[in-house]
Design a protein around this ligand. Structure first.
Ligand code: NI
Length: 214
């Protein structure tokens, strides 16, 4: 079963249950106290965890994809789902336009408007399916190193600044960092699922223990 597409998914990535519908996280203004708490929670340990995730993603991808053949990179796990090649192109692409540029706008401009991003449209326009996976991974690795270094230099005052996303409303730089790491792990999980599903056809009767499969 392929879940219905929403702006919260990239390449068939399933959103977590609490984000199942876009309307649930619409532009409704939360109560003042929640807004205050939202912007002023400061968890150095959790933030350190976010940096650790961000810093380790390129190596994790490298490790998981070491033995992938070009054919495996190009294979779509199901119709409408991205291939590993497309996932890597997406990660390298959004590293700047989806992530760095937006956080930079939030910390340097006064309540900048953040434009929604049509992931699927961009994948087609930028020909994600034609970009060499190793090039994407090298690009992500290079950008990520610079970005983590830059992000670590941001202080609490900068991280509390906000931008206004046209679809979901106010977002602080700090919240953006959490989403950045969340996005990384989502795509890592997606790649692990591609590897996992590739084992399925060889499982014989043991397939009966699992609901999915074609
Ligand atoms: Ni994505």
């Amino acid at each position: 079963m392929i879940p219905a597409r929403s702006a919260l998914e990239c390449g068939g990535l399933t959103p977590p249950p609490e984000q199942a519908s876009e309307s649930e996280q619409g532009v409704v203004e939360p109560p003042h106290s929640r807004r205050f708490a939202r912007h002023f929670i400061w968890e150095p340990k959790m933030l350190e965890n976010v940096f650790a995730i961000l810093a380790s993603t390129p190596q994790k991808l490298q490790r998981e994809l070491r033995d992938f053949s070009p054919r495996e990179m190009k294979k779509r796990p199901a119709p409408g789902k991205w291939s590993v090649q497309e996932i890597l192109a997406h990660l390298a692409d959004v590293e700047r336009v989806g992530m760095r540029d937006r956080v930079e706008a939030i910390v340097t401009q006064e309540r900048p408007a953040l434009d929604p991003f049509d992931q699927e449209k961009r994948a087609v326009e930028m020909h994600y399916d034609r970009i060499e996976p190793r090039k994407s991974l090298a690009s992500l690795t290079r950008q990520r190193r610079a970005n983590v270094k830059w992000l670590r230099e941001l202080g609490p005052v900068q991280l509390r600044r906000v931008g206004v996303h046209k679809k979901v409303g106010e977002v602080s730089a700090l919240e953006f960092l959490y989403e950045w790491a969340f996005h990384d792990l989502g795509h890592l999980k997606q790649i692990l699922e591609v590897k996992r599903y590739a084992l399925y056809p060889q499982m014989g009767n043991m397939q009966k223990f699992y609901q999915f499969g074609q």
